[in-house]
Design a protein around this ligand. Structure first.
Ligand code: SF4
Length: 376
């Protein structure tokens, strides 16, 4: 089997080229052809020696994931469904805004965390994506969009690892993918504009701060452990105080001076004024130790299996006003791509559950969440 060059960051490609008897600057040239110019045909890489091109044709290839479908929303959002083999598919979403173009990238086929409000979590988990499969979502989208929009400049300015999967549970593949996104010979994205979103895998947040500190978003969704245990089951392993202490430490290395806390607003579950006050108390306790954060309130995108409802706009506004009054920068996420099921928490792809996550979630569903809330 030949190597897919999308699997290598520049350092990895230099080592690979060394194995072919080629100097490091050749790896840099090759890396730029692939990522900056979107080339996959070695014959088009005109400044590479013919002998190198011949070696590359024998030993390597540049292959993006096959596209199963491409949907265009009326608000400009585009969603791709990519085939990752064995009956699994993952989704990638491009969200254009006036001042930026954001790509939401998947890191796993499915997800093993099983958050109650997440469509991906309800699909179960199949497998980790490789570095090539993560990078190829950006490679394909960037070069597709340049052609589609008829422009030569970069289209994608921001990447959020918020698609399908928990990126920090696929750490070995994630880091070279991030490195490629940040590399000036690759996509040249700023660390501030690449965000890893995690449900709170504490030890891997520590490692990320050492290996590749990019912007961090944490899926909080609850102001206390009782409620969070049921909304984000990973909380049982890494409870709130432990998670928030790690977030505080991460700030020493982070490219931004705050962590973003995502909070999905679920009607009657976590959206009451009492929850907002409890959240303020929790964060203020950690702010005294140096935690700086912003809140992003996310309107829930209901799907049948969840049994949950979206909070009323007025409820979200009241919740936000409590956080704002306490001095926290708070935004309410605009829903995008609703008409093509591309909004946050709606990415379901098509995954064969190979680890029984679906059964575990079904058991959790047997516990009425409103009763949990009342006892919190
Ligand atoms: S919210 Fe993220 S971590 Fe939770 S189930 Fe969905 S994809 Fe996994």
């Amino acid at each position: 089997m030949t190597a897919n060059l999308l699997d290598f960051d520049l350092e990895g490609l230099a080592v690979f080229c060394d194995g072919l008897g080629e100097k490091r600057f050749r790896a840099t040239q090759l890396f730029r052809w692939i990522h900056q110019r979107g080339m996959s045909n070695f014959d088009d890489m005109s400044d590479l020696a013919k002998s190198l091109r011949e070696k590359l044709k024998v030993h390597t290839h540049v292959s993006a994931l096959p596209v199963l479908s491409q949907q265009f929303s009326k608000d400009g959002t585009i969603k791709w469904l990519f085939d990752v083999g064995a009956g699994d598919a993952v989704e990638t979403v491009f969200i254009p805004e006036d001042d930026r173009g954001t790509l939401c990238v998947s890191s796993q086929a499915g997800c093993a965390i099983g958050c109650r409000f997440c469509s991906t979590g309800h699909q179960g988990f199949s497998r980790n994506l490789s570095t090539a499969e993560i990078v190829s979502q950006l490679w394909f989208a960037e070069h597709f969009l340049r052609k589609h929009l008829n422009q030569t400049d970069r289209v994608i300015s921001n990447v959020v690892m918020m698609g399908m999967g928990e990126p920090l549970q696929n750490y070995a593949a994630l880091v070279p993918a991030l490195t490629t996104m940040l590399d000036d010979h690759g996509y040249g994205l700023s660390r501030r504009r690449v965000t890893v979103s995690t449900s709170g895998v504490v030890p891997m947040i520590t490692r990320l701060s050492q290996d590749c500190p990019v912007a961090l978003a944490v899926s909080l969704h609850a102001p206390n452990n009782t409620l969070r245990d049921h909304l984000v089951p990973l909380n049982r392993k890494y409870p709130l105080d432990e998670l928030l202490e790690e977030c505080t430490r991460y700030l020493a290395k982070a490219p931004r001076d705050f962590i973003t806390f995502e909070y999905c607003m679920l009607q009657g579950v976590n959206d009451q004024i009492s929850h907002a006050h409890e959240l303020v108390q929790l964060i203020q306790k950690h702010a005294a130790q140096g935690l700086r954060c912003k809140f992003n309130l996310i309107p829930f995108n209901p799907f049948k299996a969840s049994g949950l409802l979206r909070s009323e706009d007025a409820t979200v506004a009241k919740f936000a006003s409590v956080l704002l009054a306490a001095g926290f920068v708070t935004t309410v996420r605009k829903t995008r791509g609703d008409d093509i099921d591309a909004a946050c928490g709606q990415l379901a792809g098509d995954v064969k559950d190979r680890t029984g996550v679906v059964d575990r979630i079904a058991q959790q569903r047997a516990i009425p969440i409103r009763l949990l809330d009342a006892s919190a």
